[in-house]
Design a binder for this molecule. Structure first.
Ligand code: 13P
Ligand code: SF4
Length: 303
């Protein structure tokens, strides 16, 4: 049954000249029919040069918006219109403008998990894989980092020469990982290395052997000579790693580490999107697109 739908999707995407991008948190059956899978940075950069006229994003809304900002000539589809990222919707432009006015000498660094609207007033965008490098490179030594205070705290620790202001935003899924749960997992698996996403709380991150993006965690585990790993990010990463490296052992830090937004996309949604019966076309006012593009261009230039 799954194979039949996958074959139908592969046929349709060829006929309709569609490139399917799938974030690393997507279900395995979706990743199998994608042209490219990866973390949010890789998907954003990849989308610019794909030859197809249409890009179908299997991920959350800000990822599809990023593609539209970078490739306005393409038709950009979000496979499931309810797939949003709660962190991206935590802070709006009006609220951040007030903070900006209060701290005019701070450079506003926005995690890519933000709306296109908010990006219009930010100076530079970062992803989890590029944040440290970019914050080191930008000229200013005063950084207002939004919206994720956990990622912000991690970056601030790696870039001690600069002053950071953080706001209280963050990811509700990664917030489920507590230091207590991690210590229990470490006691149960004393030989395992701890690999975490920087969206985790600082009390969790401080125990990590490696901190990185979704792709960074996967690359590290695949290349490592270690055989056991505790994985501190959405459960799909431990699942994919177990599938890719059957001789190694991967323990999710907690079984409830499921992002309901990412997991709202199904294979049938992708099929419906290609058939024109489901999904949403992302459209954007040109003035807003150009204003939002500036901070993404800065990310690509510095990253
Ligand atoms: P990555 O940049 O690691 O793909 O992270 C995106 C995300 O939403 C993680 O929760
Ligand atoms: Fe957003 Fe967190 Fe889900 Fe990533 S895991 S998409 S940050 S809610």
């Amino acid at each position: 049954m799954i194979k039949d739908i996958q074959n139908e999707i592969l046929k349709l995407k060829k006929e309709k000249d569609v490139c399917i991008l799938a974030h690393s948190y997507m279900a395995q059956e979706i990743k199998e029919i994608a042209d490219f899978t990866g973390d949010s940075y890789a998907l954003a950069v990849k989308s610019v040069n794909v030859p197809q006229k249409t890009v179908l994003m299997c991920g959350v809304r800000f990822m599809a918006e990023t593609v539209k900002i970078l490739a306005p000539e393409k038709t950009v589809l979000l496979s499931n219109p309810v797939a949003g990222c709660p962190m991206a919707e935590q802070m709006d432009k009006e609220a951040i403008q007030i903070v900006k006015d209060k701290y005019p000498d701070y450079t506003v660094v926005a995690y890519i998990n933000t709306t296109a609207d908010l990006k219009t007033i930010c100076d530079v965008c970062v992803t989890s894989s590029s944040a440290v490098k970019i914050c080191k490179k930008i000229e200013s030594d005063k950084i207002l980092f939004i919206p994720d205070c956990n990622l912000g705290a991690y970056v601030a620790g790696q870039v001690p020469e600069k002053e950071f202001k953080l706001l209280q935003g963050g990811c509700p899924t990664h917030a489920k990982i507590s230091e207590k749960k991690l210590l229990e997992a470490m006691e149960k698996h004393p030989n395992a290395q701890v690999l975490v996403h920087p969206e985790c709380q600082p009390d969790v991150v401080k125990h990590a052997d490696f901190v990185g993006s979704t792709s960074g965690i996967m690359d590290y585990a695949k290349e490592s000579s270690h055989n056991e790993f505790i994985i501190g990010t959405e459960i799909s990463i431990a699942e994919e790693l177990q599938y890719a490296c059957p001789d190694k052992k991967f323990y999710p830090m907690s079984m409830d580490l499921i992002c309901p937004n990412m997991k709202s996309t199904t294979l049938m949604d992708v099929y419906g999107c290609l058939m024109g019966t489901f999904g949403e076309e992302i459209t954007m006012d040109e003035e807003k697109r150009l204003a939002a593009k500036k901070c993404i261009d800065e990310m690509i230039r510095l990253g």
